[in-house]
Design a protein around this ligand. Structure first.
Ligand code: HDE
Length: 735
């Protein structure tokens, strides 16, 4: 294994404050101290903990070709004379360039941009009563896991904070083979039948002639398709909500989306929906902030995950299951096979059965995160599929995609994809085969006996499909039970707090304002009338559009589905500042007592911080203490933080009051409804930003050390939402 050094990004208040106070500059990400011995290693491709080639610490590795030939000169290609032509004979040069030319593999057609980490799943409540799956039998047992989070529409190099659904794909390396729960952070999907997936994806990706917009649904093609597909409107409510701009991968829920089956030892089936509930609570950013984060730090989400894990703040989710039987499925207002519907937690409560902890970043992004191959059809005995036509189509699709993307049927030989349980089969050869059978027998049945004859089926331990009865004519059809497209969309909308409803309206107005064709805007609003008249009126008004007639509905919507609190983010916040980041804008001459008190309060809460200063070299406090900075002001805008504090001297404030980046820092924090700690001296910067008369109860005075804990406690609410209506003229909700 490579010798990995810890590279914390944010400093934990406890860990690094002392170094800051002592005047040491904080560790830079990726920096290698010049006197540190450089170790170099590369592991084998078996992923079985086998041979690793490592150069002893202190020794200098000899550069070789891929075939092991030592290299004498890696600076100059082989030439005929000093200024002559390069010679074909230069095998080292040719190998190096050819290998480089082949470095890229096709990016995923969807979910191209993603970030993964290792961890484990631990069973906390046995599910042996409903499933024979080995992973669900023994409470306390841990199963290795790898999780990859992603956006859907953007290409591999796109920014993290696109408005988009997030992939939440979990690979569990169980003792009975890999189990992939390839889900999203939204519990429903745009379409009901897999045959429409290529159309959906084409519509949201950059338009084919102009190749833009990148990682954005705000364009004609997407809304044209959506407005012609009423079944997508429940999902649209979710993607226009703040669920589509999460603060962190750590603050998102995950969902298996489809209905699956659990099968017990006797072959009895129970329907199941899977949920991942973040221990960190739910949290999102606001749209204006997302737009700015994408410029300030396009890697915001991946950096956040990397930093959290490396600082020992391991993200954790609970695995919840909703279990139900045929009777519930038959009595439910909607079809449990329809992936555009969810089952409210109030109807089928969630049973928590385990926890997922991410505690290790990858050694190599390409080898692990890029090459990991998730497939919905990877399920262990005891888990099975329902007839959801979206799931059925996915089971067909994912193997094909992995073969295309990874280039060989042997992609399971890549360590990240290899099961961690015994394997034996007669599949062989092909490109890059790494695990090759030994012996004479490669077929079955054979009569070579138990030792030489190879593996045999096991009717007891083996995977058996649930024996579901099915008949009826072969037909291309959509069940009548899938026909209600608006009722749950409305239930989602009415379950939101007023500020969340406002954000949905704002998002629709923003997206549709980017649509050039007025008829597409109008057709979209015609669907909203079937969801909520107030929302439709708000959006029509925001677009300057006459209210269109309601779209004809295939089935009359159920208007009075009850409010469901788990659907709101604001109602499910953390109630804590733990794991959140405070940005402290400082200048020379700042008050050391308040600074120390802030760090102490933050440490008690479990929060982290970055110091932002006029110069990256840091600041000198009024008592001469030096404090290192993480960001220069224009590189550390307030959008990167959950709350901010302004700790400056009078002189520092006077200088910063003239600085555009410092003014942006405070005015953005204010506009994004953040909690702001303000020393008396800092008020000059707010005055310069035109905010002197606007400061409200979430702008908390830091006049003495004792104020620090009051401020950090206030930050637990994360945002001061009442401010938004004062600072945003956009879509005010209509009655
Ligand atoms: Fe996927 N999807 N998908 N999808 N999907 C892929 O597989 C596909 C769908 C999801 O981090 C692809 O390896 C079809 C729903 C995630 O590597 C591809 C249909 C849900 C990821 C594919 C769907 C998802 C993918 C692209 C319609 C949420 C990323 C590259 C029937 C429940 C996994 C790849 C990762 C990736 C096909 C619909 C989630 C092409 C045909 C619904 C999280 O195979």
């Amino acid at each position: 294994m490579a010798n990995k050094s810890k590279t914390p990004g944010a400093k934990t208040a406890a860990g690094i404050a002392a170094a800051d106070i002592a005047g040491e500059s904080p560790q830079k990400i990726g920096a290698i101290p010049s006197d540190a011995p450089i170790t170099f290693s590369f592991s084998d491709t078996q992923g079985d903990g086998g041979e690793t080639h490592q150069v002893a610490e202190g020794d200098v590795a000899v550069l070789t070709t891929q075939h092991g030939t030592p290299v004498a000169d890696d600076q100059n290609s082989l030439k005929q004379g000093q200024r002559g032509p390069t010679l074909l004979e230069d095998f080292h040069f040719r190998e190096k360039i050819f290998h480089f030319d082949h470095e890229r593999i096709p990016e995923r057609v969807v979910h191209a941009r993603g970030y993964g980490a290792h961890g484990f799943f631990e069973l906390t409540d046995s599910l042996a009563d409903v499933s024979r799956a080995d992973i669900f039998q023994r409470v306390g047992e841990r199963t290795p896991a790898f999780v990859r989070f992603s956006t859907v529409a953007g290409s591999k190099g796109s920014f993290d904070l696109a408005r988009d659904v997030r992939g939440f794909a979990v690979k569990l390396y169980t003792q009975e083979g890999n189990w992939d729960i390839v889900g999203n952070n939204i519990p429903v999907f745009f379409i009901q039948d897999a045959i429409k997936f290529p159309d959906l994806v084409h519509s949201v990706k950059p338009e084919p002639d102009r190749a833009f917009p990148q990682a954005a649904s705000a364009h004609d093609n997407f809304w044209d398709f959506i407005s012609l597909m009423p079944e997508s409107f429940h999902m649209i409510m979710w993607t226009m909500s703040d669920r589509a701009i999460p603060r962190s991968f750590r603050t998102m829920e995950g969902f298996g989306v489809h209905t699956f089956r659990l099968i017990d030892a006797k072959g009895k089936s129970t329907f199941v929906k899977f949920h991942w509930k973040p221990k960190q609570g739910l949290q999102s950013v606001v749209w204006n902030e997302a737009v700015k984060i994408n410029g300030a730090d396009p890697d915001f989400h991946r950096r956040d995950l990397w930093d959290a894990i490396n600082s020992g703040d391991f993200p954790e989710w609970e695995l919840g299951v909703q279990l139900f039987d045929d009777d519930f499925a038959d009595s439910f207002d909607f079809d449990v096979l329809d992936a555009t519907k969810l089952i409210p937690e109030e109807l089928v409560p969630i049973r928590i059965v385990g926890r997922l902890v991410l505690d290790r970043v990858v050694d190599n992004f390409f080898a692990e995160t890029e090459q990991v191959a998730f497939m919905t059809q990877n399920v262990p005995p005891g888990v099975d599929f329902s007839n959801d036509p979206l799931l059925q189509g996915r089971n067909f699709s994912y193997l094909d995609t992995q073969i295309k993307r990874l280039g060989s049927t042997n992609f399971t030989h890549i360590p990240i994809n290899a099961p961690k349980c015994p394997m034996a089969h007669f599949q062989q050869d092909g490109h890059m085969a790494m695990r090759n059978p030994v012996g004479r027998v490669n077929y079955e049945p054979n009569s070579w006996g138990p030792t030489q004859g190879g593996p045999r089926e096991d009717p007891v331990r083996g995977f058996r499909s649930f024996e579901e009865e099915a008949d009826g004519p072969k037909q291309r059809t959509r069940s009548e039970s899938f026909a209600d497209h608006y009722s749950q969309a409305r239930q989602f909308f009415v379950s939101q707090t007023p500020i969340e409803q406002k954000h949905i309206g704002d998002a629709l107005v923003f997206e549709l304002s980017k649509v050039e064709r007025p008829d597409i805007r109008s057709r979209t609003v015609s669907h909203l009338r079937n969801i909520d008249e107030g929302l439709a009126a708000t959006v029509a008004d925001g677009l300057g559009l006459p209210l269109p007639d309601a779209a004809p509905a295939a089935r009359k919507p159920i208007a009075d589905l009850p409010v469901s609190d788990p659907l709101s983010i604001v109602k499910n916040g953390p109630g804590s500042f733990k794991g959140r980041k405070l940005g402290i804008l400082m200048s020379d001459g700042a008050d050391p007592a308040i600074f120390k008190a802030l760090l102490k309060a933050l440490d008690t809460e479990g929060g982290v911080y970055d110091v932002v200063a006029p110069k990256i070299g840091g600041v000198t406090l009024s008592d001469g203490t030096k404090v290192g900075a993480k960001h220069k002001i224009d590189g550390g805008p307030s959008v990167l933080f959950d709350a901010v504090a302004i700790l400056v001297s009078e002189e520092g404030a006077a200088t910063l009051a003239a600085d555009a980046a410092a003014k942006d820092f405070v005015s953005d924090a204010f506009a994004h409804c953040k909690f702001i700690g303000i020393t008396a001296e800092a008020e000059a910067i707010f005055a310069a930003a035109g905010l002197a008369d606007d400061l409200d109860e979430a702008c908390i005075a830091l006049t003495k050390a004792g104020d620090a804990s009051t401020f950090i406690e206030a930050c637990r609410a994360l945002r001061h939402w009442p401010r938004e209506l004062k600072v945003d003229l956009d879509a005010k909700p209509k009655a």
